[in-house]
Design a protein around this ligand. Structure first.
Ligand SMILES: Cc1cc2nc3c(=O)[nH]c(=O)nc-3n(C[C@H](O)[C@H](O)[C@H](O)COP(=O)(O)OP(=O)(O)OC[C@H]3O[C@@H](n4cnc5c(N)ncnc54)[C@H](O)[C@@H]3O)c2cc1C
Length: 417
């Protein structure tokens, strides 16, 4: 690492960071991308389910290289019912996240960004000389200081950059566990499992991989509505006892992982994702900024969208010398995704108070009505509110919605008192 001064330093080589580095470098400013691991994309903590739109958003030369399988729809299982959702137009992919992230990093380097692996950022401070990053490198094992005019914190859910800058974007997390295992998968369908005992506050999944008898099987839980707090305990129990998962699971496990998804803060608690002072700036992007879909936990598409905005805005600030343009980053990403995230948080709060009977009512009502076609036609993985807004206002579901709202308000009231 010869150079010690850059216009833009991006911390974290995940999708959001790679895209931010690519867009900053493409605009012509000196850009450094720092990643703590020895290789990009590993270890993988992701189910790898991406919409066609998300895959295209990566702007990769050869996106097929990252695809394990095309996904045509989903089968949703509640405790006693099931629902098949299939859209003629909307498609998704089971993606190899290691390859996807590597391809994104290669594209950033091709655009002119410098990539440094095995470099862990310990701290970022803003002073008169710009943003000062304290970086621990592994070979040689030393601590160095690098300065930047703009730092983009794309360092994931436990962001060091966010902590250093006093930017707190989340207070609540989803805790997840996943395996890759032997499984009699539905060949081109994702399977989703809901139920209080299956994955409290969220859902479990089985995503088919390239070989017929292998799937990523996992779940997340929200500990605020779970009796047990270890997601792996739920996963183990589902694989042993769930009416579908236990029957289809073959017993062999090839990979195990655990992970965390940040839930954004909403309303009055919402915090900024940037800090500008002394003619320098710090921006947060991706999981570090809690830019995720609260309904599905997916963060890759939003990370890519916001990575582009952050990289372009950081470059513009450096090229014009006007750091106030960084405020446009916050304004633009919230204008694009803020309403969707707020809606997702509302759905998440209601789902947290639903019991198994409620889930059965929901799935049965949808499968027995014209709502199935409506969801299939309007359903959009990246903007789930498009289909769900109509759903929660549907007269057939009003009693369930009313009951859930009352339960939610009662739970909140009991916590406050
Ligand atoms: C179990 C699970 C399943 C998921 N499934 C899906 C899915 O199917 N679809 C989807 O869209 N999303 C999914 N997500 C969410 C998705 O993985 C994240 O939203 C996405 O990876 C966020 O990208 P990012 O670039 O912001 O952060 P990350 O991908 O977390 O990348 C952050 C990078 O920063 C590096 N880093 C961290 N700290 C430092 C430091 N101090 N110095 C240097 N480098 C550092 C890390 O090593 C990492 O490479 C899932 C998450 C989990 C946990």
């Amino acid at each position: 690492m010869e150079r010690r001064r850059y216009d833009v330093v991006v911390v974290g080589g995940g999708p959001a960071g790679c895209m931010a580095a690519r867009y900053a470098a493409k605009a012509g400013v000196s850009t450094l991308l720092l990643e703590e691991h020895a290789s990009i994309g590993e270890p993988v903590h992701c189910a790898g389910l991406l919409s066609t739109r998300a895959l295209a958003e990566g702007e990769l030369e050869n996106p097929e290289w990252c695809v394990s399988r095309e996904i045509k729809g989903a089968v949703i299982y509640s405790p006693s019912h099931q629902l098949l959702l299939e859209s003629p137009t909307q498609r998704a992919y089971a993606v190899r996240r290691d390859r996807f992230d590597q391809a994104l990093a290669n594209a950033a380097v091709k655009a002119g960004a410098e990539l440094m692996l095995k470099c862990t950022v310990k701290m970022v401070q803003i002073g008169d000389a710009g943003c000062m990053l304290t970086v621990a490198t592994e070979t040689p094992k030393v601590t160095r200081e690098i300065t930047a005019r703009v730092v983009i914190g794309a360092d994931g859910v436990r962001s060091t950059v966010a902590r250093s800058a006093g930017l707190r974007t989340t207070q609540r997390y989803l805790h997840c566990g996943q395996i890759e295992g032997d499984y009699e998968a539905e060949s081109n369908y994702a399977e989703i499992f809901v139920g209080k005992g299956v994955a409290p506050g969220f859902f479990a999944w089985a995503i088919p991989l390239d070989t017929r008898r292998r799937a990523r099987i996992g779940l997340c839980i929200d500990r605020q509505c779970a009796s047990q707090t270890n997601p792996l305990a739920f996963l183990k129990r589902n694989l042993a006892e769930h009416r579908v998962l236990a029957r289809k699971f073959g017993g062999a496990v090839f990979l195990r992982s655990a992970g965390t998804i940040p839930l954004p803060m909403d309303g009055g608690k919402r915090k900024k994702t940037l800090h500008v002072a002394h003619g320098s700036g710090i921006l947060l992007v991706g999981d570090a900024a809690a830019q995720i879909k609260p309904i599905t936990g997916g963060g890759v598409y939003y990370g890519l969208r916001c990575g582009k905005l952050a990289g372009a805005q950081a470059a513009q600030a450096c090229l014009t010398g006007d750091m106030t343009v960084l405020h446009d980053y916050e304004r633009r990403w919230r204008a694009e995704l803020g309403r969707e995230i707020a809606f997702g948080l509302m759905v998440h709060r209601l789902r947290c108070v639903m019991n198994d009977r409620d889930y059965d009512t929901l799935i049965r009502t949808i499968s027995e009505s014209e709502l199935v076609e409506r969801i299939a036609a309007k359903g959009d993985m990246d903007y789930p509110s498009l289909a769900l807004r109509g759903l929660i206002r549907n007269p057939q579901l009003l009693p369930l919605m009313a009951r859930s709202i009352v339960k939610y308000l009662y739970t909140r009231w009991s916590k406050v008192n």
